[in-house]
Design a protein around this ligand. Structure first.
Ligand SMILES: [Zn+2]
Length: 122
């Protein structure tokens, strides 16, 4: 019985690794946690630290300069992926980069870029 369960679990892992859609993930963060971190992000937005960050006017991702109203707060590790509203996890992003990023982590964006580059070389 236990062996059967183990086999089931390991075969599940294998399936996950073999998946042709590597960007899919299992939701592990509760809505309450996301709500709590969203509230914290709102507090951060009012902080002098954030005003200083956004005052620099530079998007973390594309490093272009934008006017203040085109910049948004972005979480490097998205809240939906267990990221927290801390200074280390929060960056300034232009609206375009923010919407492009969605729920991906920075590592996944990089992986996607590498995959796209490989395809365009074929
Ligand atoms: Zn940008």
């Amino acid at each position: 019985m236990r062996l059967a369960l183990l086999t089931l679990l390991t075969s599940g892992v294998k399936d996950l690794r073999m998946s042709s859609q590597p960007y899919e993930y299992i939701e592990t963060v509760s809505p309450e946690e996301v709500r709590r971190e969203r509230n914290k992000a709102r507090e951060m937005r009012a902080s002098s630290w954030w005003k200083q960050q956004i005052g620099k006017g530079i998007c973390y991702f594309c490093e272009q300069r934008f006017s203040r109203d085109l910049l948004t707060m972005d979480h490097l590790i998205p809240l939906s992926r267990g990221g927290r509203s801390t200074k280390k996890n929060i960056v300034v992003a232009c609206k375009q980069c923010n919407s492009h990023k969605k729920n991906l982590t920075v590592a996944e964006i990089r992986m996607r870029q590498l995959a796209e580059n490989e395809q365009s070389q074929d």
